[in-house]
Design a protein around this ligand. Structure first.
Ligand SMILES: Nc1ncnc2c1ncn2[C@@H]1O[C@H](COP(=O)(O)OP(=O)(O)O)[C@@H](O)[C@H]1O
Ligand SMILES: [Mg+2]
Length: 528
């Protein structure tokens, strides 16, 4: 007789049902697993054998065959240990034959019979609930599974013996309760930052519109400090967003203690990160940093130091909000709707903009242009706001702490997002692409205010109707006043052709010619 246990395989954050078929037949003693198992699944043999012995059960000296159906779907991960063990226990009569019928099972076994936490319990629970099944999972993952539905039956055990006792009725396990992660310690606050009012305002506008942001400034200007405080002004995740974010974190095995959090993710990978680390993939498909930053912030500090190939791989996800990873043996799609915040020095030595500083490597402008040319134009094109963060002065540092902190700014951001949600179709988190579709008011007012000091404008200043202008104007109509950038042009902007921060005059000109007079000057100062 063949014993069947239901489990799942993961394809991105989607789950595919897998049937674990266990046969104990007469013949030479053997233990075989078939159905495209990877190394971790093949090694389940040894873990299951040891865990059963540790739980007081001996494997029969017969021919044991485990088939993971469908046989053509690759099986990865260690979560097949528990369904295999329960199938075997049912086959040898250690638990009732129908004990695990109507349950999806996943969990990793230790040699002592303990059940260790595994990745992907939340999507597995959601999948099981959709198929009207219950879930058997490790005790540590129980609270995570409980988020799937209040109705789903969950058995969360910490050892094989506990499970056997539960099925016999001698020790009934209670249903775990959903848990939310408590934030320990005080959150970083924007009130810690002295001066830098323009940069703080830019951060607020970026947070309100979900815009990508690039900060350029000398070392020690406080760029990393500003970025680290961005989560403190972002609104908490909405329930639908929370579920999406948690599904990605669950598949990546990043949910600790089964507790979910409604705080937006903030990911800050080191600049040595490879392309698979950023966008996902590798031998076993895994979500990358951009997917782990879904509905949150991806902070790339020292942007030009990242591998150019890794940076350019962000271009497509920035537009589409998802990343499709295709390899020879799998093709998966992960959501990646994130806000890109980047920081960089203006040049390699970082001091080119300092008055009177002479770079040892040659002209200041050349040092700047060489450094900034590491970032491709199309990537810069996708960053909506480019701001200059000037060095903080001693006078700023001795100022008393600002009266306005993250709490007040977060309130304004939440208000702005609320207004956007009312004005725009319910597409949720605003992306660059979404912003582009938004009918943009004219930015003449914006240009009037910015004048020659506009950091983003080449010569002549960016025209109404250009993509960037539309986005800024979109912020303007929702913010109290336009974001101000550094009062003076940077040295880089005196060479617009070489300055990647400045929009290419040729390109913005071409756009303008393509849509002459498209946008009429309509600025609504009362729009808040
Ligand atoms: N505006 C500021 N207010 C208070 N401290 C600051 C400010 N700017 C920089 N600092 C101090 O300088 C340190 C370095 O700042 P950091 O954010 O790492 O600079 P950057 O990333 O621009 O090189 C911070 O840890 C902080 O102590
Ligand atoms: Mg820094």
């Amino acid at each position: 007789m063949v014993q069947r246990v239901s489990t799942v395989a993961f394809e991105g954050i989607e789950v595919r049902p897998v049937d674990v078929q266990v046969q104990v037949a007469p013949g030479m003693p053997a233990f075989t697993i078939v159905g495209l198992p990877d190394k971790a699944v093949s090694e389940a043999r040894e873990r299951v054998r040891s865990a059963m012995i540790a739980s007081g059960l001996a494997l029969p000296a017969r021919r044991i065959t485990i088939n993971l159906a469908p046989a053509d779907l690759p099986k990865e991960g260690s979560h097949y240990d528990l369904p295999i063990a329960l199938g075997l226990m049912a086959a040898i009569g250690a638990i009732p034959h129908d004990a695990v019928a109507g349950f999806a099972v996943l969990g990793e076994l230790g040699l002592d019979g303990s059940i260790a936490p595994v990745a992907g319990v939340l999507p597995a629970a959601i999948g099981a609930n959709a198929r009207d099944e219950g879930l058997i999972c490790p005790a540590a993952c129980g609270p995570e599974a409980a988020w799937a539905s209040p109705e789903i039956e969950i058995i969360a055990a910490s050892s094989l013996i506990q499970l056997a006792n539960h099925f016999k009725g001698t020790q009934v396990l209670s249903r775990p309760q959903p848990k939310i992660l408590e934030v320990n310690g005080a959150e970083l606050d924007l009130a810690d930052i002295k001066g830098q009012e323009s940069a703080k305002r830019a951060l607020e506008v970026a947070a309100a519109g979900g815009h990508n942001l690039l900060m350029v400034g000398p070392p020690g200007a406080g760029k990393s400090m500003l970025a680290a405080r961005l989560p403190s002004i972002l609104p908490p995740l909405a329930p639908a967003e929370l579920l999406e974010v948690s599904m990605v974190a669950s598949v990546a095995g990043e949910i600790e203690g089964g507790a979910l959090t409604n705080r937006r993710p903030f990911r800050a990978p080191h600049h040595s990160a490879s392309m698979p680390a950023l966008v996902g993939g590798g031998l076993h498909a895994r979500p990358g940093e951009i997917s782990l930053a879904h509905h949150g912030v991806l902070f790339l500090d020292e942007l030009p130091e990242f591998q150019p190939q890794a940076l350019d791989s962000l271009r497509q996800p920035l537009e589409t909000g998802e990343v499709a990873i295709a390899r020879a043996n799998h093709r998966v799609t992960y959501p990646a709707r994130f806000m890109l915040v980047a920081a960089m020095n203006p040049c390699r030595c970082g001091r080119a903009a300092e008055p009177g500083y002479a770079c040892r490597r040659g002209l200041n402008a050349r040092c700047t242009a060489d450094y900034q040319a590491r970032i491709s134009g199309p990537l810069l094109d996708r960053i909506d706001l480019h701001i200059e963060v000037p060095a903080v002065t001693a006078a700023d540092l001795i100022l008393p702490p600002p009266t306005e902190g993250s709490r007040e700014i977060a309130e304004r951001v939440a208000l702005a997002r609320e207004r956007q949600a009312r004005a725009m179709p319910p597409s949720g988190y605003r992306t660059f692409a979404a912003t582009r579709r938004f009918p943009a008011p004219c930015s003449r007012m914006w240009h009037g205010r910015m004048g020659a000091g506009c950091r983003c404008c080449a010569k002549p200043p960016m025209r109404c109707g250009s993509r960037h202008a539309a986005i800024i104007a979109c912020c303007v109509s929702r913010a109290r006043w336009p974001i101000s950038t550094a009062p003076t042009k940077s040295a880089a902007c005196t060479l617009p052709k070489r300055c990647p921060i400045a929009r290419s005059p040729m390109r913005s000109g071409a756009r303008h010619r393509a849509r002459p007079g498209k946008w009429e000057p309509v600025f609504r100062p009362d729009a808040r």
